[in-house]
Design a protein. Sequence first.
Lengths: 114, 208
Amino acid sequence: MSSHDTPIVAKTQAQYEYDRHHNAVHMRKQVINFAIMIFLTFIAFGMAAAGFSKYLIFPFILLLAGVQVVLQLYAFMHLEDKKTHFGGVIGFFMWMGIVIAFTFFLAFLTVVWW
Amino acid sequence: MDFNTKFTPHTWPDHPEQATMEGKNKVVGFWIFLACEVVLFASLFATYLALKNKGPAGMEFTTQGLYELPLAFAMTMLLLTSSLTSVYAIHHMRNFNFKGMQTWFGITLLLGAGFLALEVYEFYHYTHLGFTFTQSAFATAFYSLVGTHGFHVSLGLVWISTLMIRNAKRGLNLYNAPKFFVAALYWHFIDVVWVFIFTVVYLMGVIG
């Protein structure tokens, strides 16, 4: 067994029940996150269908998409979990990816024309 | 650690996907892959936005004429729900409930397949209208972006179903827990990309 591995220890019944309860509470929070995502999706589609000015809708639905993505990354993909190993490495690469992504939008929307 | 060590619910670690060195490496390696996927999709999104509604003179196809919100809405609901069902699958994995995990991954697959079927219908419908891949710069950018996402969904379906079949008799251990976890991460990422597709392509397309 390598020193990087988690030692296997049998939990006491009390610890086991506590962890189970903790997992159940966590799952309830995930369902709430999901409800928020569905709600935001409804608002976004509703706004598009209602036909307001695009200068109002565009920034608003982009903001809603941003909120949804943050929920996906941090809650559903467990980035909020402080026990994730190499969290700094993950954050570094993701932010670098986002910075490069931004330069694409900047370049393509200013340089490319038809 | 012997990957095939048998566990009980009491000995199963809290974070089985990262209990071994291989699991830790797999998770961080997969996130680096996802960061590359961010860049890939950003290039496709930027191309789409630059070439949206652009094409040969007199082109009849525009985002407002083509896209239909009810279809995009149905696809969004299917994929968003499949993201929650894979959260349930990982929840059961952490509780050492193999059957629960397999069941929820199975539901995830069904929802993903439903999404894919709607996408195939959509592409079929557009091509029959004459909006084919080579019809215009707009068409090429649209199919490249949405098609690359659809390809990721198909790959995810094959990946998760293969994992489920290969491990059907093995049950949960520290060898396959990281594999299931990483597949779920991939599935969530597909949903992340779709959130931007339904916003940037469909909603912003319908408005103009």
